[in-house]
Design a protein around this ligand. Structure first.
Ligand code: FMN
Length: 169
């Protein structure tokens, strides 16, 4: 699949088969994440790879939109590192680019994935920090559930010329 097709056909996948994601594939997803652009190239991110069924289930207990984690074989918590970037807004932006890279890489490999919001929800940040035992200078920004898709999802064409402005509003 070429890059443009990958971007156009990516969708959020929330139903997964029971097949696991092997370590080689996990590494590719993380490689894609770490290749993302970051402000001043700080690469101020850290990743927690979660494949423990009990931990995945516990996240779905406190996150109101994460039921798919009861099925998903894998989740990657994308976290910001305050030691490498002190501005939380930049941390969030940098982790967002990494998160999108994981989604696109997963789709290009025929996997399914969905972005789960953590930042800026204070309670979710706190709950995930406690569950994963994150140090104080690490803030969880997003969580990506990944698996082998069990739902067909087609192209959602969102191109809207009304949202384009030339030179001024
Ligand atoms: C910042 C952000 C937070 C999101 N949080 C959740 C979430 O908590 N749970 C969920 O199921 N989907 C979540 N999504 C996925 C969106 O619902 C989804 O991207 C959107 O509906 C468009 O559908 P598509 O991804 O299939 O194109 C999130 C997406 C973004 C960008």
């Amino acid at each position: 699949m070429d890059t443009f097709d990958t971007i156009l056909t990516r969708r959020s996948i929330r139903q997964f088969t029971s097949n696991t994601i092997d370590e080689e594939m996990q590494k590719k997803l993380l490689q894609a994440a770490m290749q993302a652009p970051s402000a001043r190239n700080t690469q101020a991110w850290q990743f927690v790879v979660i494949d423990d069924r009990q931990i995945l289930r516990e996240i779905s207990n406190f996150h109101p939109y994460a039921d798919m984690l009861k099925q998903a074989p894998l989740a990657i918590a994308v976290c910001g590192d305050f030691q490498l970037e002190e501005n939380v807004d930049y941390l969030a932006l940098n982790c967002a680019t990494a998160t999108q890279n994981i989604l696109l890489a997963a789709h290009s490999f025929g996997l399914g994935a969905v972005w789960l919001a953590i930042f800026p929800r204070k309670q979710r940040i706190k709950d995930l920090r406690n569950l994963l035992d994150l140090p104080d200078d690490i803030i969880p920004i997003s969580l990506v559930a990944v698996g082998h898709p069990k739902e067909p999802k087609g192209l959602a064409d969102r191109f809207n010329p009304e949202k384009i402005h030339h030179n001024s509003w």
